[in-house]
Design a protein around this ligand. Structure first.
Ligand code: HEM
Length: 575
């Protein structure tokens, strides 16, 4: 290494010594030697990116990380942390972005409160893929490209934190309830995830839920027939997302508690309807409460509604837990076998207190229902608009499961197009349009900026999954882009669409949700041809904490066995 570079190295080392470990430094210095002719600024960038991506080095290698960084840099996505020899790293204060008043203007005057997913795209156009914004007491750093999302996630630390969710946690403190996987943090979060994970994430356990899920799918198919006849002029199903909500609630309760709730009966129990309303209400109020400082919450009507909704969600879960405990006690008394499904395993394992189980079950049930039902609703909505894609899916399903054969989990492994349909739906309609991470353990470098510990990063998943440079023609529903061997799949960035999140803090219900969606779609497509709402109504997504349809999705279900002439004369709509 030349003397000049050595001197510069030492100067940079002094400046960044708290952030650079010896091993990182040695490696970065080696790189400078390899690429002589680079100036000290380039070297610094290499050092920083090396540090920021160090957990990445085994998988991608330092060279690729550096090349990636170079790409971002050339596109003007980040600002260099270097100013000749006067090296001054850029910080959060150097980031552009809307202040609090401007944010209020965007949300309440320009009307983005309900479509904040689109605000990600608009802000990215204005500020580039990294910007800072202020929401009441909260300052966050938004990252909206696959590269930058990767950089944040690779530095999430040993015990990742999504956000500290002060209002959700405050409810639990108010009512003396335990935190569940969504709200818990640190070592206790790790402990409860290690107990909750096996029966929801291990493939062999998840595939054991196939028959239970298939029974619920059968009931839903019957319900579709009933809805078409009673309220759909023989063909329509109105408010599909609402109907699917009942399906996922029933499916989740069957798997978690081995209990049928009667949600798919002709008359839906009052309790289920109230549960559905309470989840909606809690998510709506949650979005508003967070804008206000914690000290004002007790005086806010939004907070009271938020608390009331959570009370109901906890009450329903508590009843189910109590019931299961009684059932187990009875069986033990009668010397009967007490094997069972998810809740039974938790209760029998003795690794969590009953209060902890209640905290976790409430959150799991809440997290399971909206996410999966909306994703299925969007799949059906897109399939109805695209008869060719639907036909391709139908042909795949009947080639694996001809005649009356009901698909089971092993069959799904042979249905790549079905998986691509779900993947594409999740790209276009990610149930969580914006994920988050708080980098609690260390300072991090993202996009060439140095951020202090406890920075809250907003991962703009929606904007990233509509990035034209990763997904050409991003507004088109094109499942083929996910097929192995397709040209596009080859170029995709693995962090451009992460619908179930990432790493050890990733979705607890991913495998269960996927199985439920695959079984549902494969069976529905075998039974019915889908066609759009005869009125031609288009449905946009809105953000209500989760991404949801802005209005009812109504679709036509044409029976396949007795193929109907389409379109139905009564509708007068050409398809
Ligand atoms: C299509 C369906 C679903 C989608 C798109 C989805 C998406 C997500 C995402 C993006 C996260 C955040 C992960 C991260 O921060 O990296 C998450 C977390 C979570 N999900 Fe899901 N989810 C779905 C279904 C489910 C189901 C069915 C369950 C339960 C059976 C569930 C339970 C959870 C829980 C408990 C967490 C919190 C995990 C933690 O913080 O440790 N989800 N989900």
């Amino acid at each position: 290494m030349s003397a000049t570079i050595n001197t510069r190295c030492e100067r940079l080392r002094t400046l960044f010594s708290p952030h650079i470990r010896e091993s990182h430094w040695t490696r970065a210095a080696g790189l400078v030697q390899d690429t002589h002719g680079f100036n000290a600024g380039t070297m610094l960038r290499k050092c920083l990116i090396h540090i920021s991506l160090r957990r990445n080095r085994h998988r991608y290698g330092l060279l690729r990380a550096t090349v990636r960084y170079g790409d971002i840099h050339r596109r003007g996505a980040t600002s260099t942390a270097v100013m000749g020899d006067n090296v001054k790293p850029k910080t959060m204060d150097d980031l552009g972005g809307p202040g609090f008043l401007s944010t209020l203007n965007w949300l309440f005057v320009k009307g983005y409160l309900k479509k904040s997913q689109l605000m990600q795209i608009e802000h990215k156009k204005i500020y580039g893929p990294i910007w800072r914004s202020t929401f009441g007491p909260i300052v966050l750093v938004n990252v909206a490209s696959a590269d930058l999302i990767e950089q944040v996630l690779r530095q999430e630390g040993r015990l990742p934190i999504r956000t500290d969710m002060p209002h959700w946690r405050a409810y639990r403190e108010l009512r003396n309830q335990a935190y569940g996987p969504l709200t818990e943090m640190g070592a206790n979060w790790q402990r409860i995830r290690s107990i909750l994970n096996p029966w929801l994430l291990k493939p062999k356990h998840v595939s054991s839920y196939t028959d239970t899920i298939n029974q619920v799918v059968t009931d839903f198919i019957d319900r579709v027939a009933w809805l078409r006849e009673t309220s759909g002029q023989g063909v329509l199903v109105n408010d599909l997302a609402g109907e699917l909500y009942k399906f996922t609630f029933e499916g989740t309760c069957s798997v978690l508690f081995e209990k049928r709730m009667g949600c798919l009966n002709e008359v839906v129990p009052e309790k289920t309807l109230k549960y559905i309303d309470s989840v909606g209400e809690m998510l709506r109020q949650s979005q508003i409460v967070i804008f206000f400082p914690k000290s004002t919450w007790p005086y806010l009507p939004f907070w009271k509604k938020f608390v009331k909704a959570w009370d109901y969600l906890f009450n329903v879960a508590e009843e189910l837990v109590q019931e299961k405990m009684k059932e187990i006690e009875e069986r033990v008394k009668q010397d009967q076998n007490v094997e069972g499904a998810y809740l039974t395993h938790l209760l029998l394992s003795d690794k969590m207190t009953v209060t902890e189980i209640l905290g976790s079950i409430t959150e799991i049930l809440m997290a399971a229902v909206d996410t999966t039902s909306n994703t299925i609703a969007w799949s059906l909505y897109e399939l109805a608009k695209e008869p060719e894609i639907q036909e391709k899916l139908y042909q795949e399903v009947i080639s694996v499961c001809p005649g009356d054969k009901v698909p089971v989990s092993d069959d799904i492994a042979q249905m790549p197009y079905l998986k691509a349909v779900v993947r594409e739906t999740l790209r276009m309609y990610p149930a969580i349009a914006g994920n988050a991470r708080v980098t609690a353990e260390e300072e991090v470098v993202v996009g060439g900026y140095v951020f202090p510990k406890k920075t809250l990063f907003h991962l703009c998943s929606y904007a990233a999954s509509y990035d034209e440079s990763v997904f050409p023609n991003p507004y088109a529903f094109f499942p083929d882009r996910w097929l192995r061997g397709s040209e596009e799949k080859f170029k995709q960035h693995p962090f451009a669409s992460l619908p179930f999140g990432f790493g050890i803090r990733g979705c607890l219900g991913r495998r269960f949700a996927e199985l439920e969606m695959y079984l549902f779609l494969s069976r529905m497509i075998k039974s019915y041809k889908l066609r759009p709402d005869p009125t031609g109504a288009e449905v946009e997504p809105i953000t209500r904490t989760l991404l949801c349809p802005a209005k009812e999705i109504n679709l036509q279900f044409l029976e396949r066995k007795v193929e109907q002439e389409e379109p139905r004369a009564a509708t007068g709509v050409s398809l």
